[in-house]
Write a protein that binds this ligand. Structure first.
Ligand SMILES: O=C[C@H](O)[C@H](O)COP(=O)(O)O
Ligand SMILES: C=C(OP(=O)(O)O)C(=O)O
Length: 370
């Protein structure tokens, strides 16, 4: 444990503060980590071009389908990169019909408690070595992006964006944080298109409100690249859009539900073209059902449905999910050695073979629609 309290602060009476804080450990600043692990010029150009392509698909100018696909979470960078190599090859095969962006999710929002992702706990043992987590996440993104893949992530901790956002071509705000002012402000300053999920209760209106808030200029408390708290002033993110992921009442990818959500977005002056997440409450977190949902969506796209700009899917090397509780292992234990290689430790994913077949199906659907 290391506690860093400045000498000036130590002289103040502190008996009434921090009663429930056991440690505060300083991290490298965003600038320090980015200097150590920089994005090269050619790579930076590819990341920015992918952002423009995502924008063009979302607006309908580019007739391809956006496919945001990959593991629910990256817990083992080696397996994640093996998956990325397969996906990069499939993305190249289908580049005429699909704009494939890999889910590179390093922060997991939890309904109650559980492993919170590679940034928070990279050793999966409850040691919460976030300096190593941020480094591992950045190393992963640089390697995956060098395979030619645009990357997607969920922005969960407002401070972590400063360490990773430069490598991302698409972002999401999850169902549990769409209503949060902090996240809406954050999106207003992010450089890539960002989708807001509907709420876990199924409310689409909170995501429409979020898109409106994030599209507007904002001023808020953030951090600078040098790690100091700062006033951040933004232009607003006009590429904010809606993601339907189902809710407590069940799925919301049906024809009428998508049409209603699309019309509500248009009525609020926002982009009516949206993304459907085939996982989460749209599949009851079943990877088998998820594949069926994608099949249904492909048929609608082939028939000319223009309101679906993209699809999100959870996919990894091995089907399903395995349980992992970081509190049940000793700090320093060989956690990866005890886990099934290539299988999710968070939500269930489709395996690579099924995912590859579905990419073929989606590409055929786009060809049929043209
Ligand atoms: O996408 C992942 C999960 O659905 C999300 O993190 C919530 O998981 P939990 O309900 O298992 O905590
Ligand atoms: C956490 C996720 O989704 P949701 O916010 O829809 O639960 C996710 O996509 O990983």
């Amino acid at each position: 444990m290391s506690t860093n309290i400045s000498p000036a602060v130590k002289e103040q009476p502190r008996f009434n503060t921090n009663e429930r804080i056991t440690s505060i450990t300083e991290l490298p600043t965003p600038a320090e980590l980015i200097t150590e692990l920089p994005v090269g010029d050619a790579q930076g150009y590819r990341i920015m071009r992918a952002r423009q392509e995502v924008r063009a698909v979302l607006s309908g100018l580019d007739q391809r389908l956006l496919v945001i696909i990959g593991p629910c979470s990256i817990h083992d960078p080696v397996a994640g990169l093996e998956y990325a190599a397969k996906l990069a090859a499939a993305a190249k095969t289908h580049e005429g019909e699909l704009l494939v962006v890999m889910r590179s999710y390093f922060e997991k929002p939890r309904t109650t408690v559980g492993w919170k992702g590679l940034v928070n706990d990279p050793h999966l043992d409850g040691s919460h070595d976030m300096a190593a987590g941020l480094r591992a996440a950045r190393e992963f993104t640089l390697a995956a992006s060098n395979l030619g893949l645009p990357l997607a992530t969920e922005f969960l901790e407002p401070l972590s964006a400063q360490y990773l956002a430069d490598v991302m071509s698409w972002g999401a705000i999850g169902a549990r944080t769409t209503e949060s002012q902090t996240h809406r402000q954050l999106v207003s300053g992010l450089s890539m298109p960002v989708g807001f999920k509907n709420g876990t209760d199924g409310s689409v209106q909170v995501a429409i409100d979020a898109c409106q808030a994030a599209s507007a200029p904002q001023s808020f408390l953030g951090i600078s690249d040098d790690g100091r708290t700062a006033i951040v002033t933004t232009t607003g993110n006009q590429d904010s859009h809606l993601i339907l992921r189902g809710g407590a009442d069940g799925p919301n990818y049906g024809v009428e539900q998508v049409a209603a959500a699309s019309a509500a977005m248009a009525g609020s002056g926002m982009n009516p073209r949206l993304i459907v997440d085939a996982s989460h409450a749209n599949s009851g977190k079943s990877e088998v059902r998820q594949a069926e949902v994608i099949g249904e969506l492909a048929a609608r796209i082939a028939a000319g449905d223009q309101s679906i700009a993209g699809i999100m899917a959870e996919s990894f090397l091995v089907a399903g999910a395995q349980k992992h509780d970081p509190d049940a292992v000793a700090v320093g234990a060989d956690v990866l050695g005890g886990l099934r290689y290539g299988q999710s430790v968070t939500d269930a994913c489709m395996n690579w073979e099924t995912s590859s077949d579905l990419l073929d199906t989606l590409a055929a659907a786009v060809r049929a629609a043209c």
